[in-house]
Design a binder for this molecule. Sequence first.
Ligand code: FES
Length: 105
Amino acid sequence: MIVCSCNIISGKEIADAVRDLLASDPWRLIVPVQVYRAMAKRGKCCSCFPNVIGIIQETTEAVHREMATPEAEILTFITRIRQEHERCETARMLARRRVAAIRAA
Ligand code: FES
């Protein structure tokens, strides 16, 4: 299924890029920009980023289950990833509103 219509990127391509990034460090925090950079793409409208974040979280959780990471560590790590993604998305939305307000003025 296509997740990013601007770049025509499927969910599987995103998940594969996340797995490649996690191969070098399974405990790293991955954000959408890193995934797009790994695929030699750029976010254009960035409306796909919430879905990309969901794929990052699901893939990270799946990788850790495959590694037999203890359940408590998986839950702690996924919670931390969700909190960090929420913080980043909030900052991105606030920045967009500021730009829109400047353009409207
Ligand atoms: S839908 Fe992904 S950048 Fe626009």
